[in-house]
Ligand binder design. Structure first.
Ligand code: PMP
Length: 287
């Protein structure tokens, strides 16, 4: 089935959707994005993603293409038209297509932002086999720019990180800066020791994960404490459990870090419990 996608006010078959070669996201990586999960045909954490989008736009002096209410309507319409029960909605806003290639930002009165949304159908997203097995990660150096809190489309290094992981025969990579883990290539990173969940504190060094915020809120329900601080790979390797979070993986257990198995090498009970709570609460709050 041909997907219906959204481009600048129009719902079109994916084969007919077009963006200018002068679009600044194409030429300069000058764009931001969000990924919102869909479960039971409903949007998970939409308000969080919309709020983070607004923040990314503001930090880059970029215009909002429309209101949050309009964005919600577009999300819902695409989910409905494309019959998505489980999957994702990808949204991208760019600084638009100026008349020519120029480093200087175009006048926002003259050049309107580009807004693109499309769905990705992922049946079985919540009941993922990976969550039952857990994932293995390697550590790599974090060489990204200094504003990782802004969700830009500049994903070349995370993409290279995934390739390094693939080459090493594992699933993903955790990035390390000045000896401390920042985050995963496309997710936030955590370990569990005893009753405590440890994850890096929010700053410009990491993306402020929407799933992270929810999981830390639900930690109390799992009778767990949260400590937000820097940690090393060695500390995570010596932990009881580890996991990652993102909108598309929810809570995903990590069973191996740089070749060292955690516990007995199977997903830990607390990470699995957090996943269960997250899915349950998110389904309840989905819109
Ligand atoms: N960190 C990075 C670098 C990411 O790319 C992502 C997901 N896009 C996350 C963390 C997780 O964020 P969220 O829970 O909002 O998907």
């Amino acid at each position: 089935m041909t997907r219906t996608v959204y481009v600048n006010g129009e719902y079109l078959p994916e084969t007919e959707a077009k963006v200018s070669i002068f679009d600044r996201a194409f030429l300069m990586g000058d764009g931001v994005y969000e990924v919102t999960s869909v479960l039971d045909g409903k949007l998970i954490d939409f308000d969080g993603h919309a709020a983070r989008l607004a923040r990314s736009l503001k930090e880059l002096d970029m215009q909002a293409p429309c209101t949050t209410e309009e964005l919600l309507e577009i999300h819902r319409k695409l989910v409905e038209i494309n019959g998505i029960e489980e999957g994702m909605v990808y949204l991208q806003v760019t600084r638009g297509a100026a008349a020519d290639r120029d480093f200087v930002f175009p006048d926002p009165e003259e050049v309107k932002p580009t807004l693109v949304l499309f769905t990705q159908n992922k049946p079985g997203l919540a009941d993922s086999p990976a969550a039952k097995k857990g994932i293995k990660v390697i550590s790599i150096e974090d060489v990204r720019w200094g504003r990782r809190d802004i969700k830009t489309v500049q994903l070349l290094y995370p993409s290279m990180g995934k390739m390094m992981a693939k080459k090493a025969g594992v699933d993903d990579a955790w990035m390390v800066e000045d000896g401390f883990v920042t985050e995963g290539t496309s997710n936030n990173a955590y370990f569990i020791k005893g009753n405590k969940i440890v994850t890096r504190a929010l700053s410009n060094d990491i993306l402020h994960g929407i799933t992270r915020a929810a999981v830390l809120r639900f930690a109390a329900e799992a009778q767990m404490e949260v400590e937000e601080r820097n940690f090393t790979i060695a500390e995570a390797q010596a932990a009881d459990e580890a996991f990652i979070t993102s909108a598309s993986t929810f809570v995903m257990p990590v069973v191996e870090i740089d070749g060292a198995a955690l516990g007995d090498g199977a997903p830990g009970p607390r990470a699995l419990r957090l996943r269960e709570i997250y899915l349950e609460e998110s389904r309840k709050a989905a819109i």
